[in-house]
Structure formats: structure tokens, C-alpha cells
Write a protein that binds this ligand. Structure first.
Ligand code: SF4
Length: 220
């Protein structure tokens, strides 16, 4: 039988099982913690930090998607410090990435009153769309580097390893190895990366061409 214990989230006593993350426990009890990089089909990586919470006795905010729940923990998911951290994360994302087709993130921005103009010197990424295959277009100006597509292409589902991070710092992006066209990689065009992308940075070619007013289209 799995080991169960109790902890406190926002002053409410909740039950958890050994091995559950704070995010899983909170959601099971109807307590909302916003997430961006987290996806139930991929391994949690704590990259975006949107799910940070305050844990009594821990100096730093903790990413709820990866931190395991423990007995007697006292967790706050909605403190002023947590709110400020999430607001800043959203502002930084919106100051560099095109989030026009990311409605969930836009809703979070409204909820946290995020104002990207607080970072007037931030440089939005302008990366031309990559249209190199018959199935989907990559618009990395919209990419927030959540890593979902890389994970689903690798051990989390497909074991294809067609894409990975490339570059460093501000110039970090998702790319194929050596920047090869997608048709020259191991990609099998399963479409799972498109399905998990939260910002429409990966878009089915039919939708992309429709938006461009170029539909119906000839496959190349
Ligand atoms: S392309 Fe989409 S899924 Fe991949 S890292 Fe960027 S935002 Fe995430």
C-alpha cells in the first residue's frame, strides 16, 4: 500500500502520497497553480518557474512541478512573493517572445497584471519562419523555450531526437542538429511536437498557410 501523509497548502490540511509533486497534490485538491512548461505527457523540468510556491523553512521559491510533497510541509501558493515572481516571469517572456497565439499565457498575464513594458530595453526575438517540410512551420519568434517539443521528440514519447537546444543565452533556440532542414533529420513527422507547443511556434502547415492567405496550397 502506498504511504500517505498530510501537509498544509494555503493553511488547508491535504493528504498526499509518497512520490507526488506539490503540483499534483495541489491540483488534486482543487488548488490552482499556474504552469507553462509543464505538460502531463512530458517529464517535469521546472524550466519556466511559473509554478513556484513558498515552502516554510526554504529560503528560495520552489518549483511545484518537480518538488516532492513531504509530510508536515507548509506551502503557500498565493503569497505576495509568489505573485511577484510569476508576474515578473510573464513580463520577461512577453518582452522577448511573440505570445499573440498563446491564449493561456495571455490569460495569466491578465490575471497577474503583467506589464512587459517594465523591460523597455528587452529585445524581442525576430526569427523568420522556417518552412522546410510539408507538415509544419516553425516560428521561433513565438518560442518560449519550454522544451516540451524536445522532450516529446526524445524519451518522453517518440525517441526520434530530431531537435534540441542550440546557441547560448539570448540566442538560445530550438533547432535541428547542424541546422539541417527537417526533412534531412530523423523527424518522422508524427506531429507530437506541434501538439504540445503552448505558443503555436510549431504550426500545422495548413493553418499557417490559411493565416497567410495562401490556402489551398500545393505540397512541396
Ligand atoms: S517550439 Fe513550442 S514546444 Fe518547443 S520549446 Fe518552443 S514554445 Fe516550447
Amino acid at each position: 500500500m502506498s504511504e500517505t501523509f498530510t501537509l498544509s497548502i494555503n493553511g488547508i490540511q491535504v493528504t498526499a502520497r509518497k512520490g507526488q509533486t506539490l503540483l499534483e497534490v495541489a491540483r488534486k485538491h482543487g488548488i490552482d497553480i499556474p504552469t507553462i512548461c509543464y505538460h502531463p505527457a512530458t517529464q517535469s523540468n521546472g524550466l519556466c518557474r511559473m509554478c513556484v510556491v513558498e515552502v516554510e523553512g526554504m529560503r528560495l521559491l520552489q518549483p511545484a512541478c518537480v518538488v516532492p510533497a513531504q509530510a508536515e510541509m507548509k506551502v503557500r501558493t498565493d503569497s505576495p512573493r509568489v505573485h511577484r515572481a510569476r508576474k515578473t516571469i510573464l513580463e520577461m517572456l512577453a518582452s522577448t517572445a511573440d505570445l499573440s497565439e498563446a491564449p493561456e499565457i495571455q490569460r495569466m498575464m491578465q490575471a497577474y497584471q503583467a506589464d512587459p513594458s517594465r523591460f523597455p530595453e528587452a529585445e524581442p526575438r525576430h526569427i523568420p519562419p522556417i518552412d522546410d517540410n510539408p507538415m509544419y512551420v516553425r516560428e521561433y519568434s513565438k518560442c518560449i523555450l519550454c522544451w516540451r517539443c524536445v522532450q516529446i521528440c526524445a524519451e518522453d514519447a517518440q525517441y526520434t531526437y530530431a531537435i534540441n537546444f542550440s546557441g547560448r543565452g539570448y540566442h538560445t533556440r530550438i533547432d535541428t542538429f547542424y541546422g539541417l532542414p527537417m526533412t534531412a533529420t530523423t523527424c518522422v513527422f508524427c506531429g507530437q511536437c506541434v501538439g504540445v507547443c503552448p505558443t503555436d511556434a510549431l504550426e500545422p502547415k495548413s493553418e499557417y498557410l490559411l493565416e497567410q492567405g495562401k490556402y489551398p496550397f500545393p505540397f512541396r
